[in-house]
Design a protein. Structure first.
Length: 133
C-alpha cells in the first residue's frame, strides 16, 4: 500500500512518504528543517540567488523544452509537498504547469548559510503521489 501523510505549515503542505516516517519519529529536527527549507525557498526573490550545478544544467536542458520551467515552477506555483532526503537535501513537489497528469519535482540542497543549490528536476505521473493506479 502506497500513501503519503500531509502536514500543513501555514499555507504550505508537506508530504511524507512511508519510507520517511521511520526517521520522522527519531528526528526532532525534521520538522524544523522542513520549516527552514520552506522559509528559505519563499524568501528568494529571483534565480540569481540560486546556484546550479553542471549536472543540473545538462539534465535540465535534456529533459525540458522550456529551460526556465524550473524557475517558473519554483517562484510561481503552489508547493504540493516536501520530502526530506538527507540532512540538507529536499525534494519539492509541484503540479506540472503544462501537463495535466504530471507533477514536477525539484531536488535542492540548502547549506548552512541558507543558500539554495539546484541538484536536478524531473517529471512524474501525479498518480504516483496520490496513490492512484
Amino acid at each position: 500500500c502506497y500513501f503519503h501523510i500531509i502536514l500543513s505549515i501555514g499555507t504550505t503542505r508537506i508530504s511524507f512518504a512511508p519510507a520517511f516516517l521511520k526517521s520522522l519519529t527519531s528526528s526532532k529536527t525534521t520538522s524544523s528543517s522542513i520549516t527552514a527549507c520552506t522559509a528559505t525557498v519563499s524568501s528568494l526573490d529571483n534565480t540569481s540567488e540560486i546556484r546550479t550545478t553542471n549536472h543540473f544544467n545538462i539534465n535540465n536542458d535534456l529533459r525540458h523544452n522550456d529551460k526556465e520551467l524550473w524557475s517558473d515552477v519554483l517562484f510561481n506555483h503552489e508547493l504540493l509537498g516536501i520530502n526530506k532526503q538527507a540532512e540538507n537535501k529536499f525534494k519539492l513537489c509541484y503540479k506540472h504547469p503544462d501537463k495535466e497528469n504530471k507533477d514536477f519535482y525539484l531536488i535542492i540542497v540548502i547549506n548552512e548559510f541558507k543558500s539554495l543549490k539546484m541538484i536536478t528536476t524531473y517529471e512524474a505521473k501525479s498518480s504516483r503521489r496520490i496513490g492512484e493506479k
